[in-house]
Design a protein around this ligand. Sequence first.
Ligand SMILES: [Zn+2]
Length: 138
Amino acid sequence: MECPLPLNKIPIVERLNNLRINVFGYEENEVFPLYASKRVDEECFNLLLIANEETQHYCLIRNMSRLLGDLTKHKTKHHYCYRCLHRFAKVEILKEHLQYCSEHSPQHIKMPEKGEKFYQISERALSTSSSLYHLCGF
Ligand SMILES: [Zn+2]
């Protein structure tokens, strides 16, 4: 096997070892999912892929709350959706969320800063349905 293991080989490792592995990336002080396991009942390992232009390596994430900076006054355990990194106080709400979120690939959600625009749609693009289709294609 290649070292470090490419993301597309992780399902093989999961299957051979009966593990559930999630991989996250880190850029510009932000953590985002790179690979979210589709397995549900096996022991879960969360890994952070640290990369620069020359090397890559995985680090085990022991405490997701610490990594994501959740330093709230509430000391209760949080439950994370590893596909979108939304946080839930109750596991029942997370399970309900997973019914919808698991239909999509892992997402890197970035909200615009105040006054920042991500994308402008011209009136011309809106005038033709094929242009709009290309804009919205996931
Ligand atoms: Zn989610």
